[in-house]
Design a protein around this ligand. Structure first.
Ligand SMILES: *Cc1c(COP(=O)(O)O)cnc(C)c1O
Length: 242
């Protein structure tokens, strides 16, 4: 009997998923939290549609992508492989203003809204949907003044959340953050938790906190993350895109 490549890959993904689910469960146990409170979004950027289809077969419900064109192509390819598209697709990448409306047409959740200019463009794209588009505000967790990654300055978050809440085709679900390199992720996630709490005071339905990746999901769960975004710990090292 020969072993088919799909079987090898399925076994790898089963092992990766099992290991990550065990880490989430252990982090929840340490934090005194119910594992049902922490959702897993598997970050499938750079990986083929066939991997996404296998993950769906293995019970994954949420996947994350960071490039508009890659995801816009991958989503129909996955639906074709499975004969259905029952996944929730999260956009987690840097969002260009001129792509925002297009992203709003295929994504189910946009996690990386970091400036007001994006809101009306997302709302325009989302107006064509049957249901509102779920949106998170990406908060910068860099030290003030640091040359950092994407994300809204915490001081700008109230204006941004107000703009999203005022858009009929968008639904504000909460906040997202990426811990800066070279800093204790626990401190960064503690700052995100403070911002999340302030957002909930103004918008009680905005309860999602998306934080934690392969290297720091434990610290994120300890700080109250409701969604972790994990790529390489499930799928292996990302292929190099030339
Ligand atoms: C790529 C990416 C992840 C997943 O990173 P891993 O270290 O592979 O788990 C999570 N969040 C964002 C915003 C990403 O771009």
């Amino acid at each position: 009997m020969t072993t088919r490549p799909t079987d090898v890959r399925r076994a790898q993904l089963t092992e990766g998923l099992g290991a990550v689910r065990a880490r989430i469960a252990e982090a929840c146990r340490s934090a005194g939290r119910d594992p049902a409170e922490v959702g897993l979004t598997v970050v499938t950027k750079y990986f083929p549609a066939s991997d996404v289809a296998l993950l769906a077969e293995l019970g994954v419900r949420d996947v994350g992508e960071n490039k508009h064109q890659e995801a816009a192509d991958k989503r129909p390819a996955v639906a074709q492989l499975r004969g259905a598209d029952d996944l929730r697709w999260h956009f987690i990448g840097g969002l260009q203003s001129n792509k925002a409306a297009a992203v709003a047409r295929w994504a189910d959740v946009v996690e990386s809204v970091d400036r007001t200019k994006l809101v009306s463009r997302l709302a325009t794209g989302a107006a064509e949907r049957d249901a509102p588009l779920d949106v998170l505000v990406q908060v910068s967790l860099d030290a003030p003044g640091a040359q950092g990654r994407a994300g809204a300055d915490p001081d700008d978050v109230p204006a941004l959340t107000a703009a999203i809440a005022g858009a009929e085709s968008l639904r504000l679900r909460g906040v997202m953050g990426v811990a800066p390199l070279g800093e204790d992720p626990a401190e960064a996630f503690a700052r995100l938790a403070e911002v999340a709490e302030a957002v909930r005071r103004d918008h009680p339905g905005a309860t999602w906190v998306s934080a934690g990746m392969s290297g720091d999901l434990e610290q994120a769960v300890a700080a109250g993350a409701t969604h972790v975004r994990v790529g390489s710990a499930v799928l292996g090292p990302r292929p190099v895109i030339k």
